[in-house]
Design a protein around this ligand. Structure first.
Ligand code: IMP
Length: 435
């Protein structure tokens, strides 16, 4: 049975955790394919709130196997903290979570360098999550990274660590005036983690493919979002991995023919954390209301998110680079109570209008949105349980987003709970097997 990719269509925090969790009902494996604990997924089940950073959202379903695939960077201290937290709440992550031996490790010097590099950049900083993500991916590309499998071969682990630490300590001392890190101390700490994590080490490519061959269904769960993609996002204000649908294939070890569904998750407005251009950003009272009502504070860093009107230029771009089959629209309820709503349908720069994502970053940095203004609605949407029962203006707004985004909006979410999800097009997640 084919796989489904779930991708953030904006700058992250679109509600992928909720969408994955909801769709996980009909799936067997939920696979994280990139990123690390820079992500933050909030999932609400009944009256319980779960905040997950590294563990795939499917953990909340006993029938699902959560997988951390090759493309992810793993900080084992954070992972164990998350495991212990879930174990205290009655879940069994140690038995269920499977981790690829090829996933790279986030080491203490990655965290330290992330912090120091950002500090050194001063005003030009990227606003990273300071979890060591960028330095860990940089080491992977430079072929000096340590991988999850290295934890289970003490000799190799110590050898690789000592070799790389020579360069890291030079960097720490000569550029940043820091004390050197000790290989023995790091090795003791990490080899200690290895003992607890040994049951999780699995050939995840084998697991994924034998599962597909056995007719099982897989969700590939993205972290961050399209515009934070290293290649297709708003570089350099991006993360260091590939959240887009293509990244799911490399990160999990699949080919395009294994995938039949690409679901884009998008908010009914736009948010961004960290620095970088944001054409529809709001600096007024409307923005403040959206931030507060939408609870727009980061799950990982607690930072206040920047907010703005829905940007259809970016939505069309996300559709192009991911090839969405469906959109899961989130947080429509947050837009209740505004007299009118705006949607950017194009940008203006230097006398020219751009309906597609501009090819040069300087244009994007100075892009002035061209807005279409539509009527808002006053009704509270959080209790609505059928799409048809939404106020007319809310349905018109969704219709407009669908037309402008050039992607089918299949689900609309009006609150954080599983039950607050409205089906707009009743299409099965998993296509029926032909008989
Ligand atoms: P990094 O991924 O920590 O290197 O941060 C790079 C950029 O991506 C920063 O602007 C972060 O705020 C942003 N970022 C990283 N992870 C997330 C996320 O899960 N949601 C939203 N923004 C993120």
């Amino acid at each position: 049975m084919p796989a489904t990719i779930i991708v953030g269509a904006q700058w992250g925090d679109e509600g992928k955790g909720k969408a994955t969790d909801l769709l996980a009902d009909t799936t067997d494996l939920v696979v994280r394919y990139q990123g690390g604990n820079n992500a933050g997924h909030t999932v609400i089940v009944g009256d319980q709130v779960f905040k997950l950073h590294l563990i795939p959202s499917g953990i909340l379903y006993p029938h699902v196997t959560p997988v951390i695939a090759d493309g992810v960077v793993v900080d084992p201290s954070v992972l164990l903290e998350e495991f212990d937290g879930l174990a205290e709440r009655g879940l069994d992550p140690f038995e269920r979570v499977k981790i690829s031996g090829n996933a790279h490790l986030i080491m203490p010097y990655h965290r330290e360098l992330d912090l120091l590099i950002e500090r050194r950049l001063g005003k030009a900083n990227l606003g990273t999550t300071k979890r060591g993500i960028g330095p860990a991916y940089a080491d992977k590309a430079s072929r000096v990274g340590l991988r999850f499998q290295d934890l289970f071969d003490e000799k190799i682990f110590r050898q690789k660590l000592e070799a790389v630490l020579v360069h890291k300590n030079e960097q720490l001392a000569k550029i940043y005036n820091r004390l050197p890190m000790q290989a023995d101390e790091i090795a003791e700490e990490y080899l200690g983690y290895a003992e607890r994590l040994r049951p999780c080490l699995v050939d995840t490519t084998e697991l994924i493919h034998t599962s597909l061959e056995a007719g099982k269904h897989i969700i590939l769960e993205g972290a961050q979002g399209t515009l934070l993609d290293l290649d297709h996002g708003t570089y350099p204000f991006v993360t260091s991995s590939n959240p887009v649908a293509g990244g799911a294939l490399t990160g999990a070890g699949l080919g395009p023919r294994h995938v039949d569904r690409v679901i884009g998750i998008t908010k009914a407005y736009v948010t961004r954390v960290g620095t970088g251009p944001f054409p529809t950003e709001l600096f007024d009272e409307v923005g403040e209301i959206m931030t507060d009502r939408g609870g727009e504070y980061g799950t990982t860093t607690g930072r206040r998110r920047r907010v703005g009107w829905f940007d259809a230029v970016l939505a069309r771009y996300a559709e192009r680079v991911n090839g969405f089959t469906d959109i899961f629209l989130t947080k429509l309820d947050v837009l209740s109570g505004f007299e009118t709503l705006k949607v950017a349908t194009a940008y203006r720069y230097d006398g020219q209008e751009y309906t597609n994502f501009p090819p040069h970053q300087s244009i994007f940095h100075h892009a002035e949105p061209v807005y279409t203004e539509v009527p808002g609605w006053d009704e509270d949407l959080t209790e609505v349980s059928r799409y048809e029962d939404l106020p007319r203006a809310a349905r018109d707004y969704v219709d407009m987003l669908e037309e402008e985004s050039k992607s089918r909006i299949t689900w609309v979410s009006v609150g954080p709970k599983r039950s607050q999800t409205l089906v707009r097009h009743d299409v099965p997640l998993v296509p029926p097997v032909a008989t």
